[in-house]
Design a protein around this ligand. Structure first.
Ligand code: APR
Length: 255
């Protein structure tokens, strides 16, 4: 971990008034949840065109449920890692007004972040595509438990769709509008564990930049958008973020 980088990030947080975080799958890798595009990531095992689009879900829901059955145990056993807790602590310190996440794993909320915008939905609920009845994760697991069964509504036998956002499916417009508002009114965005390859989430750092705000990228590798960043902290988020929070607290105790 680059101590100079950690110190600069802490200073940028100290000097900022409105700080917002944008997180991607990379922040949950140290919780045991694979990301999508790194070697061994989910999309290296499952073709996103066959398993991740709204179209594929409508015509072949069994494909999604096959992938979900493999992923669910990992999601359920995952615990927040030090990166999630560091963001929750930053919120308590008044230096993270909200977390905009692309993740569906609910780990930010479990770590204590209280204002979390789930751009790509949640794995915790689903709804009947005909009558709209809402189902919990437990109910969906039960309804899809046997063999290669697809979860269907017991009332009208229609397919139950998990409340995650598939490729080709619109995001919740209220969540997206608020995320854009937060990005446009923050003077610092912490971009953590994001490849920034999927829009509209990938546009949010530019909203902060356009209003004169600064960007700190936390990643293990370079991204195609690093040219936008004012600072790139290379390393595991579970190590970098706690170190930045500790450095920030040292600065404030000296201020
Ligand atoms: N610490 C920090 N960054 C990490 C770590 C880590 N421990 N491990 C991986 N990363 C980085 C990877 O280098 C990569 O740049 O996190 C990023 C994860 O990128 P993706 O796998 O593309 O995940 P994400 O950016 O969240 O994808 C966006 O694409 O498939 C859709 O809906 C899905 O929300 C997802 C969206």
């Amino acid at each position: 971990m680059d101590e100079e980088c950690i110190g600069r990030a802490a200073r940028m947080i100290l000097d900022s008034i409105q700080v917002v975080a944008l997180t991607g799958a990379g922040i949950s890798v140290e919780s045991g949840i694979p990301d999508f595009r790194s070697p061994g990531g989910l999309w290296t095992k499952y073709d996103p065109l066959l398993y991740g689009t709204y179209e594929s879900f409508i015509h072949h829901p069994e494909r999604f449920w096959e992938m979900a059955k493999e992923l669910n145990p990992t999601l359920e056993s995952a615990e927040p890692n030090p990166a999630h807790y560091a963001l929750a602590e930053l919120e308590k310190l008044g230096k993270c007004r909200a977390v905009i996440t692309q993740n569906i794993d609910h780990l930010h909320q479990r770590a204590g972040s209280t204002d979390v915008l789930e751009l790509h939905g949640t794995h915790r609920t689903g709804h009947c595509m005909r009558c709209g009845r809402v189902f919990s994760l437990e109910e969906m697991k039960e309804l899809s438990a046997h063999g290669d069964r697809v979860a269907c509504c017991p009332d009208d036998q229609a397919i139950i769709k998990p409340d995650v956002v598939f490729f080709g499916e619109p995001l919740d417009s209220r969540v997206l509008a608020r995320a854009a508002e937060l990005a446009s009114t923050s003077d610092l965005m912490l971009v953590i564990g994001c490849s920034l390859e999927v829009y509209p989430a990938a546009a949010l750092p530019e909203y902060t930049k356009r209003r004169g705000g600064k960007l700190i990228f936390f990643n293990t590798v370079a991204t195609y958008h690093d040219h936008l960043a004012d600072l790139v902290c290379l390393g595991k988020a579970g190590e970098s973020l706690p170190a930045v929070v500790e450095a920030y607290k040292r600065l404030t105790s000296m201020a």
